[in-house]
Design a protein around this ligand. Structure first.
Ligand code: SAH
Ligand code: SF4
Ligand code: F3S
Length: 449
């Protein structure tokens, strides 16, 4: 039995696909190679923006042809899209060839549902006999315990993803995540520490802690756990490895977390701190619960504690209440902070969220604004990249370069992407690289050892 998993969305989903792979391999299935026919295809979907949703639906549509040629194919859809109001029913009606739909908190049911689909097919005497289809997006009550028991097939060596908190309680007015991922649930600290120790023992060199808002880690636990305490405990684990985390919400980033980052050996001087907007009015309308001044003061504290820190962000343009003046505030903030990189998005109305029922801004205006923003950030990124030229940095060799033969790529502690010569055997090694050339977002260098 061969499987193929098609993943959309954030790192959380990338890691969840590793759990889906673990579950399928637990049933004796193996990953199909590129171009090879699969028996099971799983779509792990995202619905953060309309584009993400359309891409997934488009590909679920395309597989219809494959299924027609090969009726034994099993098709499953899971992930955030399935958890939207009415989505499971829509998939059931509009995509009759989809066999299984599972949600974001019951994925461990996949093997039993596959088994049922197979058993029902084996028992069918005629093609017109009723087939078995599964549509279940209920959140499992004992989710944490069931998740703890889910096997993981890791696919991102030398990086290992480790979940620390699920769900989100913040309800930013534009965002669908709290509706599709449920309320915050922190994993117990011993479980997280055990997993980190295990992957370090297995040879992983970079651990990325995952959560929609890692700074709320522990709020729902009763033993005084906090993200700061977790970082300090992970830093005490033996071995040579790096730790990154995402995502941090500015409203909950404490002085303690900044101190833990600065005082640790293993926690990278690197943070992804989404700002979304530089306008206090828009931040208020988004329910972000911080001001631009508070954001500037966090940036100052981070840079005072870690002068070489790499700071990246998410910025959104075209939120319904964003005027030209508000957008100018965003441009001003981006110009002043000097992010090493920014992920920029056009606001996309999400059904059921408060911002979706406000009066929307014309698309042409949003397009112009994002164009200006990208141009500004590109020039900042390029300038900051030039500061690296001539320096020697420790880089973790992470992968072969997708563009240049004989080259590897990896990142500095601050999170900057570096391309350098090396054989694939060196993936997973820490390498000293002298930077010779800076393009906009990527640096090129030569190895010193
Ligand atoms: N939990 C993270 C964000 C997860 S979503 C945080 O709070 O920072 C990743 C990014 O997608 C967000 O930071 C935001 O910039 C963007 N995003 C979320 N909802 C969006 C929407 N409706 N339209 C456009 N971009 C959106
Ligand atoms: Fe969405 Fe806000 Fe939660 Fe991030 S913090 S997932 S943007 S609601
Ligand atoms: Fe998308 Fe769900 Fe992540 S909506 S961005 S896959 S949490």
């Amino acid at each position: 039995m061969l499987y193929r998993i098609v993943t959309y969305g954030c790192q959380m989903n990338v890691h969840e696909s590793e759990k889906i792979a673990g579950l399928l391999e637990g049933m004796g299935a193996a990953a199909a190679k590129d171009g090879e026919r699969a028996d099971i295809v799983v779509f792990n979907t995202c619905c953060i923006r309309d584009t993400a949703e359309r891409r997934a639906l488009g590909n679920i549509g395309v597989i219809k042809g494959e299924k027609r040629k090969d009726p034994s194919l099993i098709i499953a859809v899971c992930g955030c899209m399935t958890q939207q109001e009415g989505a499971a029913e829509t998939i059931k009606e509009r995509y009759p060839y989809v066999d299984i739909v599972l949600g974001t908190r019951n994925i461990f049911r996949l093997p039993e549902e596959i088994k049922r689909v197979q058993d029902a097919r084996a028992a069918m005497k005629k093609r017109s006999d009723k087939r078995y289809r599964a549509f279940d997006t209920e959140y499992a009550e004992d989710y944490l315990a069931l998740d703890e028991a889910t096997p993981v097939t890791r696919t991102s060596f030398p990086n290992a993803w480790v979940n620390i908190i699920y769900g989100c309680n913040n309800f930013c007015t534009y965002c669908i995540v709290p509706y599709v991922r449920g309320r915050e649930l922190s994993r117990p600290m011993p479980a997280v520490l055990d997993e980190v120790k295990r992957v370090v023992d297995e040879g992983y060199k970079e651990i990325t802690l995952l959560g929609q808002n890692v700074n709320s880690y522990g709020h729902d636990l009763s033993g005084g756990e906090s993200f700061e305490a977790l970082l300090r405990a992970i830093d005490r684990i033996d071995g040579k490895f790096r730790v990154r985390f995402m995502t941090s919400h500015p409203k909950d980033l404490t002085d303690g977390v900044i101190a833990a980052m600065a005082e640790s050996d293993k926690i990278c001087s690197n943070i992804h701190l989404p700002v979304q907007s530089g306008s206090d009015k828009v931040l208020r309308d988004m329910n972000r619960r911080y001001t631009r001044d508070r954001y500037f003061s966090l940036i100052e504290k981070l840079r005072a504690a870690m002068p070489d820190i790499g700071i990246t962000t998410d910025v959104m343009v075209g939120f319904p209440t964003e005027t030209e003046d508000d957008f100018a505030d965003t441009m001003d903030l981006v110009r002043r902070v000097r992010f090493s990189n920014a992920f920029t998005f056009i606001y996309s109305p999400r059904k059921g969220t408060p911002a979706a029922s406000m009066t929307q801004i014309p698309y042409a205006v949003k397009r112009r604004r994002i164009g200006e923003l990208i141009k500004l950030q590109n020039s900042v990124t390029k300038e900051l990249s030039e500061d690296y030229v001539g320096g020697v940095y420790e880089v973790l060799a992470e992968d072969v370069s997708p563009k240049h033969e004989g080259m590897l790529c990896g990142r500095t502690e601050s999170g900057r992407l570096v391309t350098f010569p090396g054989a694939p055997e060196r993936i997973g090694e820490f390498v000293k690289v002298r930077i010779n050339e800076a393009r906009s977002a990527s640096l090129t260098g030569t190895t010193e050892d």
